[in-house]
Design a protein around this ligand. Structure first.
Ligand code: ADE
Ligand code: ZN
Length: 324
């Protein structure tokens, strides 16, 4: 079973590139940039990754990013992650990045984008790992701040396939970004949004009906509303589930309580993803292994999850067909 999980070609659709910053690289970059960290060692950092909820993680995640300063830093971050993809037979990935979290620290958009794109290009030729970028809007900031990031995405649209919505979910409902999503849709971006991770089912409904997304990131709490579930099934709306993230952020108490299997049995289109693997004790293979062990998934179910990841991707249809 482990062999199948490792060897089958996989796509990852819910991955924050800033969430792949391993403590070792954090130390290296801090040193290179002459910064001091509030930790004494790599072990010290890992010990601090004991989260109570989404916000307690986000506080550490935004602080960790402070070491990312130069184009080379963003290259190193991205290339390290894409090397992991090659190791785990992840042949295609759609990566989120959070430009507002860098602009607010005085890092230019071009610095971030150039470093990431150069790593993506090198990974394609050297590692045969393909990738696309999704610019994610920070929902704890106001819509005007997000619109500035969207304008940058429009200026660099050749390099960005979609627009997403992340950060603190509760009290920042999808409706807050109605105009931004309308503008993004008119510009031709593919649309996704985090919903139903900590927010209730109404956040998932709002993402689908008001923002008109093509994919929901997480979506766990959709199960609170069976009419919504019927609609998601009807639409075959993909949900990018993140089991180990949900465990670390106490969205679920145990992997066996994760809604993945229930959703599969309800006929929903679910995928397995790693979210912020450097913070949540596992990349994609470890997420697959966790749900296989918790639910005793059969080979055909693992293969279905991997196929879903390609089907739900923003690859052109003829490229998807190769994996289905
Ligand atoms: N930003 C990075 N990871 C996130 C998550 N799991 N939820 C919301 N925002 C995030
Ligand atoms: Zn996420």
């Amino acid at each position: 079973m482990q062999n199948l999980i490792e060897k089958m070609p996989k796509a990852e659709l819910h991955l924050h590139i800033e969430g792949t910053l391993e403590p070792e690289l954090m130390f290296d970059l801090a040193k290179r940039n002459g910064l001091s960290l509030p930790y004494d060692s790599v072990d010290d950092i890992r010990a601090a990754y004991d989260f109570q909820d989404l916000q307690s993680f986000l506080d550490v995640y935004y602080q960790g990013m402070a070491v990312l300063q130069t184009e080379q830093d963003f290259f190193d971050l991205t290339f390290h992650y894409l090397q992991r993809c090659a190791d785990q037979n992840i042949v295609y990935v759609e990566m989120f990045f959070d430009p507002q979290a860098h602009l607010s620290r005085g890092i230019a958009f071009e610095t971030v984008l150039k470093g990431i794109i150069r790593a993506m290009q090198q990974a394609k030729t050297d590692l045969q790992v393909e990738s696309q970028l999704i610019l994610s809007i920070l929902r704890h900031l106001d819509e005007d701040d997000g619109l500035k990031a969207l304008d940058l995405a429009i200026a660099y649209q050749d390099y960005i396939v979609g627009i997403g919505l992340d950060s603190s979910e509760r009290n920042n409902p999808p409706e807050k970004f109605r105009s931004l999503y309308q503008k993004a849709r008119q510009a031709g971006f593919r649309l996704v949004a985090h919903a139903g991770e900590e927010g209730d089912a109404s956040y998932v409904r709002g993402a689908v009906e008001v923002l008109r997304v093509e994919r929901i990131d997480h979506g766990n709490n959709a199960l609170q509303d069976m009419k919504l579930v019927a609609k998601l099934r009807e639409m075959q709306m993909p949900l990018t589930l993140c089991p180990l993230s949900n465990l670390k952020l106490k969205v679920v108490e145990k992997v066996s309580e994760h809604p993945l299997l229930k959703m599969m049995n309800l006929g929903l289109k679910v995928t397995v993803n790693s979210d912020d693997p450097a913070y949540f004790d596992g990349y994609l293979v470890e997420n697959f292994t966790a749900v296989q062990e918790a639910f005793q998934l059969k080979p055909n179910q693992l293969i279905e999850l991997a196929k879903n990841s390609f089907e739900a991707s923003f690859l052109p249809q003829e490229r998807k067909a190769h994996y289905l």
